[in-house]
Design a binder for this molecule. Structure first.
Ligand code: GLC
Length: 718
């Protein structure tokens, strides 16, 4: 083992000869410091890190995973998995996010930079023991010291690089379904949004837009005039977002396939033939995304669609998902044939059944193909968790070559820490269950801790039929997630905002409009988090360190000023909320609502009607909103409206930029620094504008600690 010091709080330990995942961007200097002393190292066939947990310890992190914000009590396996049934017994989802933070007697963070399987047993086998099992002993481990979990997270975010920033329009509402099947159906959906006056910025193209599910092709029968269609929809205010899958169909004459074969761009099997696995189109090959040349080739294929006017993509099935291989199919068929004449009993019947279920995403298959990484042949199993990461890196690098200074929308299903540099993620195939909404709420801060900022779930739930109340309550939470998309599976009930009754349409419309009115706040908070390497969502304990805040799992902070206490239960007309300090409750049912109420510190029950959204504004903080519009680009920021809850002094930094390019990285953005100070019976406001030419007027509603409202206006024009 070698140890390095990256800075005085971060130590790197290298075991063996690890694969460079390119997650960490900094190198350290050699040093003997044994910070790893917190954990006991146990070296056998695998490497184990063991930490004795104190009763008071909270364990944060692990990004996209089941269960609580506090991960104690369960076991989590980092092994990217295509599993759409997210019941509590599942140990892996689509991402591998090996960052964990211990907050208690000791305080430290630990990042296991291994693209192979890593298991985090957080007091599951032994109640007071955290055991991290690392299968591949060639690994880099990073230990991070800090006084508070938030400091530790921020130090980690500093070493993993800048997060992806989407175009500003991607903060608008987005409508998806597997699948809107043809031009007419999509036009009807778009027209319905316009007719109902519901804001929407994007409509999704799921697998049926392709010709026989072949990447970078168009199904000409259903989309005969694709380019014109894309452009007409854009004129109406909607961007079209096509899906791209990891598997390339094996078909003579299909260009992507032919080029891949000719240039050896696909993963290979033991015999050095292209590895075959079946996904949507039937038999496919997987591009070897760990290979630079393949990445460059595949990434530039996105140009076929950008040339047709496309400005955003979602990368899917990139764990990679496998339906079956020739091997698993043959085995299952043989078992079926062998069973034909047998009297199947409990054991043999279930054996047979398992043969079929285990055809998909089978470990034996993952162990049977290879990558060529700079001439070195590596078994897939060893690098499984960075396959989707590299597919998305390929897309991002391709798009960068296609239009270097343009921000594209890009997000992926599978991920590994470090992929946040290239795209966002969505949380995969959830179900239309209330428990998934609560899981969604808990997952958001954990994902931010791992660097992923552009995140969101399938609002309303993907699998199974949704219902109007679930769609409403889910929309009322997702309106705060950077990626705000309603998506549902083939064969399920429609769940667009207008798919139910008039009341549901009106309530969801108002929630979506509040989202648009809040874009000045949401975008400012997102961009400040991206630039300063900070969190957008966090557990309330990251700001309030009282004992009760450390226990709260169903309220989260959103940006610097808001505490969310979403409704996630059927028929709920309210909920209990814990307030670590006095806060201002704004419960809008439309973006112009003015029903402010000061809620005193402590445990409170609040009524929340179906149409209301409980937004708590923290003490000495403010939020900024504007007029809603049908698209993000149509929002006029001429007037900002501030709601502030001020005891003595509050500050806010409003951020804006062109929303389209990376010029903000060169300092081309504007800010308005707002300060409100209580002076005797009134409030003094100071506004410092740095380069914002759009905002002409700021209207203030300042609510004091007694609930008295003061209204003021400041004009920014000279
Ligand atoms: C996968 C995706 C889902 C998509 C479906 C069809 O299940 O996760 O979002 O709709 O494939 O492409």
């Amino acid at each position: 083992m070698n140890s390095f010091m990256i800075d005085k709080n971060i130590f790197k330990y290298t075991f063996g000869n690890p694969i460079d995942t390119e997650t960490i961007c900094l190198e350290g200097e050699k040093k003997d410091e044994q910070y790893i002393k917190f954990v006991k190292l146990e070296e056998g066939e695998d490497l184990n890190l063991i930490y004795k947990m104190d009763d008071s310890d909270i364990v944060y992190g692990l990004g996209e995973n089941q269960r609580g914000i506090n991960k104690r009590g369960y076991i989590y396996e980092s092994f990217c998995t295509d599993d759409p049934i997210h019941t509590e017994n599942k140990k892996s989802l689509y991402g591998a996010h090996n960052f964990i933070i211990i907050d208690g007697k000791d305080k430290f963070g630990m990042f296991i930079d291994s693209p192979s399987k890593v298991v985090f047993d957080v007091g599951y086998s032994k109640r007071d023991e955290l055991k991290v099992n690392i299968e591949d002993k060639n690994v880099n481990i990073y230990m991070i010291k800090g006084f508070k979990p938030k400091d530790i997270v921020r130090k980690f975010l500093k070493i993993i690089g800048d997060t992806y920033v989407p175009p500003k329009w991607a903060f608008g509402y987005q409508q998806s379904r597997w699948s809107y099947k043809n031009e007419k159906e999509i036009n009807d959906i778009a027209n319905k949004f316009i007719e109902e006056d519901i804001p929407c910025d994007a409509i999704y193209l799921d697998i049926d837009y392709m010709d026989k599910f072949k990447d970078f092709t168009i199904n000409k029968k259903d989309f005969p005039n694709f380019k014109e269609f894309v452009s007409n929809l854009k004129d109406k205010g909607f961007r079209l977002i096509p899906i791209i899958d990891a598997g390339v169909k094996i078909e003579k004459g299909y260009k992507v396939y032919e080029e891949g074969i000719k240039n050896n761009y696909f993963c290979s099997d033991k015999e050095e033939n292209p590895f075959m696995a079946a996904v949507w189109p039937g038999r496919c090959h997987f591009p070897d995304f760990l290979n630079k040349d393949t990445r460059n080739w595949f990434g530039l294929k996105y140009k076929i669609l950008t040339d047709l006017g496309i400005e955003g993509f979602w990368n899917d099935m990139n764990e990679p998902a496998i339906f079956y291989t020739d091997r698993s199919l043959k085995e299952a068929i043989k078992s079926a044939k062998d069973s034909e004449k047998k009297n199947l009993d409990i054991y043999s019947f279930f054996d047979l059944k398992d043969k079929f279920t285990n055809m998909s995403n089978n470990l034996e298959d993952y162990k049977s193909f290879y990558h060529n990484v700079d001439g070195k042949i590596i078994n897939h199993y060893k690098v499984h968790n960075i396959f989707g990461y590299n597919m998305t890196k390929s897309a991002a690098e391709g798009l960068k070559q296609i239009e270097p200074n343009k921000r594209f929308l890009l997000f992926s299903r599978s991920s590994y820490i470090g992929m946040h540099k290239f795209s966002g993620i969505w949380t995969g195939d959830n179900s239309s269950w209330w428990s998934e909404l609560l899981q969604n709420i808990k997952m958001m801060p954990s994902l931010n801790m791992c660097g992923f900022l552009y995140i969101g779930a399938d609002t309303g739930g993907f699998g199974n039929d949704s219902d109007s109340e679930l769609v409403i309550r889910w929309t009322q939470f997702s309106m705060f997630t950077p990626l705000f998309r309603n998506h549902s599976a083939l064969g399920t009930r429609s769940q667009e905002p207008f798919a139910f009754d008039k009341t549901t349409t009106n309530i969801t419309k108002n929630a979506i409009k509040i989202r648009y009115a809040l874009i000045p706040y949401i975008y400012s908070e997102y961009m400040k988090a991206a630039i300063d390497r900070n969190l957008y969502f966090s557990p309330i304990s990251f700001e309030y360190d009282d004992e009760i805040s450390r226990r709260v799992e169903n309220q989260i902070l959103c940006g610097d000023s808001i505490m969310l206490a979403p409704i996630y239960e059927q028929n709920a007309k309210g909920r209990y909320v814990y307030l670590p300090e006095d806060m201002l409750l704004w419960k809008p049912d439309n973006y112009l609502s003015k029903n402010y109420k000061v809620v005193k510190k402590g445990h409170r029950y609040i009524d929340v009607d179906l149409k209301e959204i409980p937004i708590f504004i923290r003490k000495n903080k403010m939020i900024v909103k504007t007029e809603a519009a049908l698209n993000v680009e149509k929002i006029e920021d001429k007037q900002l409206n501030i709601i502030a809850f001020v005891e003595d002094k509050a500050k806010y930094l409003y951020y804006d930029d062109d929303g389209k390019t990376y010029d903000f990285k060169k300092g081309r953005f504007s800010t308005i620094a707002i300060e409100i100070e209580k002076v005797e019976d009134d409030f003094k406001i100071s506004v410092k504008n740095k380069g914002n030419r759009l905002v002409k007027k700021i209207n203030f509603e300042i609510i004091d600690i007694e609930g008295k409202v003061y209204t003021k206006t400041i004009s920014l024009e000279k």
